[in-house]
Design a protein around this ligand. Structure first.
Ligand code: UD1
Ligand code: CA
Length: 440
């Protein structure tokens, strides 16, 4: 029988170096919290149990994660006094668990290292009773614990506790371990806060394992950026760049043209069909689906939207959550679409806001037209319905709730407060004062 695996993800720390109210592990990379990247990599191992250790902002971390990873269990580390005590907090929850435990950090993303964790798990199978961990040789080991041999056994010394000579060691500890549960708890109970930070360091189990005559297997891995850990805003930005580069390459491999790849930003879940062309400076927020043969022009921002086949969006367009564009739709400059469906072949080309609207096919929305969907006094949003083939003259304001029937027409500058029958024309003709010889 395959040895069962429990994964412990450490996510209780505040992330002091981020200088943030938001728990560090919730800071997003490519639109997805750091912790979710880690849990995504963990999920691929199909562990029997996954425990996330929470502490600082525990409620926020749990609330942000529960929906995406329903099987995860949360363990509270009441006092954040070190990574060793964080793992020890899981002892009660895992007291009947007899398999292997894999420990990872919530700030080491791993996501695009699909082979790293499986390689570690495989290596640990050959060291069934002992401790298996990763080591990476890095040019700049700043921030990492250093791994080296002392008296024939591996030890980890945290950067803050290193002598100047030890600090020069380039073998870095990415902080990913696996060992049998039965071996883990006794080692953790021996931890002592004998270090500059006065904390219980998980890293000390390496030396303790050797002393307990357990085999310590150090697996060298390539020092990819995903193993680097995110402690500062600079490291967060570096990771964002790294992940964005991977996403850009992936989309181009899938048949998407990016005119200037480095200026296009994707979310992890951006789903783009082939033969889509994306001009420079386009940003995708979460939950976007783009069908084939779409052109997204420069400086557009797209989030929670579905863009149908052969549509054109932008330049300078904003598609907000719930924007559903059918095929062959034209959305032009300075147009915002929110929570609305736009039927096949319809055009909203200039300076418009369409919100909470169901728009049919072949509608033309004249420049500057908007749906007035929000009543500040009641706080209520209302719906607009625009039938197939309708035509809105420039600067039409549709005050919702309101319906324009099929093929209905509005004249320029009309404020529509009552529904318009199919095929009818609604025109507002405000009184225009003309003063002759006014500016001679
Ligand atoms: C840690 C390791 C270091 C390793 C590096 C790799 C220790 C003592 N040091 O250092 O050897 O090279 O990661 O990136 O383990 N956490 C808790 N509870 C706590 C403290 C931390 O859950 O009491 C969590 C944090 O939320 C974070 C993770 O553990 O997700 C790592 O903590 P962090 O303070 O970032 O450790 P590093 O200094 O990076
Ligand atoms: Ca860290």
């Amino acid at each position: 029988m395959k040895n069962e695996l429990a994964v412990i993800v450490l996510a209780a720390g505040k992330g002091t170096r981020m200088k943030s109210e938001l728990p560090k592990v919730l800071h997003p990379v490519a639109g997805t919290p750091m912790l979710h990247h880690v849990l995504g990599a963990v999920e691929r191992l199909e562990p029997a149990r996954t425990l996330v250790v929470v502490g600082f902002g525990a409620d926020k971390v749990e609330a942000a994660t529960r929906g995406a990873f329903p099987a995860v269990e949360y363990v509270l580390q009441k006092q954040q006094n070190g990574t060793g005590s964080a793992v020890l907090a899981c002892e009660a929850a895992l007291k009947d668990f007899k398999g292997n435990v894999l420990v990872v950090y919530g700030d080491v993303m791993l996501n695009s290292c699909p082979h790293t964790l499986p390689a570690l798990v495989e290596a640990s199978a050959k060291n069934a009773k002992g401790l298996t961990l990763l080591a990476a040789d890095v040019a700049d080991p700043t921030g990492f614990g250093r791994l080296f041999k002392k008296g024939g056994a591996w030890v980890n010394v945290e950067e803050k506790d290193c002598t100047p000579a030890q600090r020069k060691t380039t073998t870095a500890n990415p902080g990913i371990y696996t060992l049998p549960a039965a071996a883990l708890w006794p080692l953790l109970r021996q931890l002592k806060p004998n270090n500059k930070q006065g904390e219980l360091y998980l890293t000390d189990i390496i030396e303790l394992a050797a002393k307990a005559k357990l085999k310590v297997n150090v697996v060298p891995v390539e020092a990819t950026r995903e193993l680097m850990g995110i402690n500062t805003r600079q490291e967060l930005a570096n990771m964002e760049m790294e992940v964005q580069d991977q996403l850009r390459s992936m989309h181009m491999e899938n048949g998407v043209t990016l005119l200037d790849p480095y200026t296009v930003y994707f979310a992890m879940d951006t789903d783009i069909a082939n033969d889509v062309v994306i001009e420079p400076n386009v940003v995708f927020g979460p939950k976007v689906i783009v069908d084939s043969n779409v052109l997204i022009r420069a400086f557009s921002h797209v989030e929670g939207a579905h863009i149908g086949k052969g549509s054109t969006v932008g330049p300078f367009a904003r598609l907000r959550p719930g924007a559903e564009l059918a095929g062959g739709v034209h959305i032009g400059n300075f147009v915002e679409i929110k929570n609305s469906t736009v039927g096949a072949g319809s055009k909203v080309n200039h300076l418009s806001y369409i919100g909470d609207t169901t728009m049919g096919a072949d509608v033309n929305v004249g420049a500057g037209s908007i749906t007035a969907n929000y009543n500040k006094k009641t706080g209520k949003k209302s719906k607009t319905i625009i039938g197939d083939g309708a035509s809105l003259g420039s600067h039409t304001t549709l005050v919702a709730p309101v319906t324009m029937g099929k093929n209905a027409v509005t004249g320029a500058g009309t404020v529509v407060r009552e529904s318009i029958e199919p095929g009818a024309l609604a025109v507002a003709k405000p009184h225009v004062l003309v003063k002759k010889n006014y500016n001679k």
